[in-house]
Design a protein around this ligand. Structure first.
Ligand SMILES: Nc1ncnc2c1ncn2[C@@H]1O[C@H](COP(=O)(O)OP(=O)(O)OP(=O)(O)O)[C@@H](O)[C@H]1O
Ligand SMILES: [Mg+2]
Length: 295
């Protein structure tokens, strides 16, 4: 079972004191060293013996892992807290099937009570197993903190970028909310361009990607910085530009190179896969606003 599925299952069985202990563990993670039982008891506002009982239960459910005299959250622990957050805010009601599982994230379908489907993206950058070899406590805590920072930051950055893009073009998925290492997105019905699906009009699909990149750059000041056939979805007619955690704005010293890189990657793919030729230099000038028309 994946961590997400385990988290979804745990969501139903967690008792109030277990939630408080999870929240205490999360708060304690920002300090140095593995939180010991005393600190955890203060952070969770629970008596010591209740915390012991709760951490025991959390460990059995895979949501916390024992470290020396204390505990750390696991990835499942983080994910169950995010799920609870969305459920509490009435944003989602149930978790559906996995849409895609990749290196840096797993994407699941999530349903609202009315049956609307969202895509829920769970980041999993870096080390994901907190139960492997026993190492120095401080080091483990530092590793967990860096895992948390990387994944919490990625989710927040993707959400922030998509909020800036919201409404500028239908090619940007709507971001509904984010929580911890996850971001809740409008569900798109397309497939990745890298699958080389049939396109009704390849040239116009290319131009519509170019137009969207231009809109992102000129209206939201954003460069995706990881655009390629892997981060464009299509249903054969419309295109969507996804995956924005690494987006940079014009204050980034390399934003021009990154924009050129995005333009070149998309242009090269269209040439290779659909025989749609273009001039990357001219396309770059158009996307960056130096020219008003694509020659
Ligand atoms: N809003 C969405 N609606 C539907 N499917 C989505 C959505 N966002 C992402 N996906 C699916 O999840 C896959 C991975 O998404 P994304 O590119 O954002 O994450 P990633 O971190 O790059 O994942 P990977 O490690 O696989 O590259 C997409 O290729 C797509 O199949
Ligand atoms: Mg991607």
């Amino acid at each position: 079972m994946s961590t997400v599925e385990n988290a979804a299952r745990a969501l139903k069985s967690l008792k109030d004191e277990e939630w408080r202990t999870l929240a205490g563990l999360e708060r304690a993670s920002s300090g140095s060293g593995t939180p010991d039982m005393g600190r955890l008891s203060r952070m969770s506002r629970l008596p010591l013996e209740r915390v012991r009982f709760a951490t025991d239960a959390l460990e059995k459910k895979g949501l916390a892992a024992r470290r020396g005299h204390g505990y750390v959250l696991t990835r499942e622990g983080v994910e169950v807290m995010a799920l609870k957050d969305y459920v509490k805010k009435d944003l989602i009601f149930a978790l559906g099937a996995a849409i895609a599982k990749g290196k840096e994230s797993d994407v699941y379908e999530a349903l609202t009570e009315e049956g609307t489907a969202y895509a829920l993206k769970f980041y999993k950058i870096g080390r994901t197993s907190f139960t492997s070899v026993r190492k120095k406590r401080v080091r483990e805590q530092a590793e967990f903190r860096s895992w948390m920072t990387a994944n919490y930051d990625a989710a927040r950055r993707e959400y922030d970028a998509l909020r800036k893009l919201q409404g500028l073009s239908p090619a940007f998925p709507r971001a509904v909310a984010y929580s911890r290492s996850t971001v809740l997105l409008e569900e798109l019905s397309g497939v990745r361009l890298s699958n080389r699906p049939y396109l009704e009009d390849p040239r116009s699909a290319f131009l519509s990607i170019v137009e969207s990149m231009r809109t992102a750059y000129l209206k939201a000041n954003l460069v995706n910085a990881d655009l390629s056939e892997y981060n464009v979805l299509t249903d054969g007619a419309s295109v969507w530009l996804i995956d924005w955690p690494q987006a940079v704005d014009a204050t980034h010293p390399n934003h021009s190179e990154l924009l050129m890189h995005d333009v070149s990657a998309v242009a090269a793919f269209f040439k290779r896969a659909y025989r749609v030729g273009s001039d990357p230099g001219a396309t770059f000038r158009y996307v960056s606003g130096a020219t008003q028309r694509l020659e």
